[in-house]
Ligand binder design. Structure first.
Ligand SMILES: C[S@@+](CC[C@H](N)C(=O)[O-])C[C@H]1O[C@@H](n2cnc3c(N)ncnc32)[C@H](O)[C@@H]1O
Length: 232
């Protein structure tokens, strides 16, 4: 059963920072990645608040409600890779949130922005050797991880199924969990398929999903894909 966090808050809704590269689907994938990186980097680096340097708009309480569900799926000690780690704030928060449950994890991060990875290194200097610059679609990790978080919007639509195969094959340990997050803005009213539905359409078995709410609106859904259930 999906685990949901239902919360009522009074702060005004604010949108998330999302990239909308104008070249999507028209030019080469590399141009798409480059444009995406430029848009995200510029918008994140305008801010001082650590959650806003991670692409999140709104007050800190909203960040906590929308991102804490990520930590819910970490149920034992192990390695945790955040693909698209930005300035490392989610890694720092997840370390604390799972620490509150008595679980110790070793954090790793990957991001295609050199500037954001530099901020992540300053944020969690004790783990700076675990923070890498690279494009998730092309990067090959030297180890596999117990828990991996990512989003499918990091690649053009036509690469999504290849990206999923690569994540399960190269990034996730045999008994590991892949968490694919779907983040929405408070202003986002267009009906859209959620990530668990999209992945099911691709043929993946979803073992569970966790949701985060702000002002009674679901803004985060994180689908859990177990490698052992999706080997075929
Ligand atoms: C919304 S932020 C995620 C921040 C944090 N991990 C979280 O979940 O809140 C997305 C990050 O993914 C990075 N990113 C996007 N596409 C990527 C790709 N193809 N390879 C590596 N990083 C990518 C961006 O630079 C950005 O820092």
């Amino acid at each position: 059963m999906p685990k949901s966090l239902k919360l009522v808050q009074t702060a005004a809704p604010q949108g998330s920072i999302i990239a909308t590269p104008s070249t999507r689907g028209k030019q080469s994938h590399n141009i798409w990645f480059e444009e995406n990186k430029k848009i995200l980097e510029e918008s994140y680096l305008k801010y001082q608040e650590p959650w806003m340097q991670s692409g999140f708009s709104g007050p800190e309480e909203k960040w906590i409600e929308c991102r804490k569900p990520i930590a819910d799926y970490i149920d034992k000690p192990g390695t945790f890779l955040d693909i698209g780690c930005a300035n490392g704030y989610l890694l720092e928060c997840v370390l604390n949130w799972v620490g509150e449950k008595g679980i110790e994890i070793t954090p790793y991060g990957l991001d295609f922005s050199e500037k954001l990875v530099e901020l992540a290194k300053q944020r969690i200097p004790e783990f700076s050797d675990n923070l890498y610059v690279g494009n998730a679609f092309y990067w090959k990790p030297v180890i596999k991880f117990d828990f991996v978080r990512t989003e499918l919007v990091y690649v053009p639509d036509e690469l999504k199924t290849n990206f999923m195969k690569k994540l399960l094959q190269d990034f996730v340990n045999d008994n590991g969990k892949l968490l694919v997050a779907d983040y929405r803005s408070s202003k986002d009213d267009e009906p859209k398929q959620w990530i668990n539905e999209e992945l099911e359409e691709f043929g993946y078995k979803i073992s569970d999903y966790h949701s985060g709410y702000w002002e009674r609106k679901e803004l985060t859904r994180a689908a859990i894909v177990l490698k052992e259930e999706n080997k075929g």
